[in-house]
Design a protein around this ligand. Structure first.
Ligand code: MN
Length: 236
């Protein structure tokens, strides 16, 4: 009996609670859709024409995951730390080149998430044609609630999505406003990646994104899914 000897402890299994379950969902990859609500694409100065454009993606490491309710330090390297309220889709089956009509069966559940963003660094990267990692993929930048099993719900088509900072509403929209809906995203994303159980898809944010400061408390809601919360702590 030999056991692998590692120099140090291997990375932990990152996971999220599942509503009404003792079991947690192990998280594999975190995909994020860019510009998936028209009014947000416009506020970012990059309107989307669905007839001639495809969705695009960036990823966050699973280690960037933080559970709803946490307090996170104001991150390093930014003066413009933004919230983005998003519906998160949790994949429960393996799938490659999935047809839109089969997308329902890929969904294990949903969650409410925050795609926290160092906007100043993201925009510098965007303007200079560099990767978005510094702006998007940083520690504690992927906030997520418990996973709500889809069981019987199928694919969400509509529902209010909103976000408040210290009780003041900043974002308000509806899932029906998604440019590429959940079925279309699963079909498109699975044409580039073999989706696997535990993959998360942050489906994009509506308009009204903005900056937060230490001491702010973010709350967000998606009808029929969950409520997310995050408190911004002092810089490290
Ligand atoms: Mn986003």
């Amino acid at each position: 009996m030999s056991q692998t000897n590692y120099l140090w402890n291997p990375a932990p299994v990152y996971s999220l609670p599942v509503r009404d379950s003792e079991a947690r969902m192990p998280v594999k990859r975190i995909f994020c859709v860019g510009r998936n609500y028209h009014a947000h694409a416009v506020e970012m100065g990059r309107p989307v024409d669905k007839s001639s454009m495809s969705p695009f993606y960036f990823l966050k490491d699973a280690s960037a995951l933080v559970e709803s309710g946490a307090t996170v330090p104001y991150p390093a390297g930014t003066d413009n730390y933004h919230f983005e309220m998003e519906l998160v889709v949790a994949i429960g089956k393996a799938g490659f080149r999935v047809d839109e009509k089969d997308a329902d069966g890929m969904v294990f559940g949903y969650a409410a998430g925050l795609d926290m963003t160092r906007r100043d660094l993201q925009l510098v990267a965007r303007e200079q044609g560099r990767p978005w990692d510094l702006g998007k993929n940083f520690e504690k930048s992927a906030v997520c609630t418990e996973i709500v099993p889809a069981a019987g719900l199928g694919v969400l088509e509509s529902g209010a999505i909103n976000l408040q900072v210290d009780g003041e509403t900043k974002q308000t929209s509806d899932l029906s406003m998604l440019i590429w809906n959940i079925r279309e995203i699963i079909a498109d994303l699975s044409s580039f990646y073999h989706l696997e159980p535990g993959d998360l898809i942050y489906t994009g944010t509506p308009e009204g994104v903005g900056a937060v400061k230490p001491g702010n408390r973010i709350t967000g809601h998606i009808d029929g899914v969950a409520d997310v919360a995050l408190t911004i702590g002092q810089p490290e």
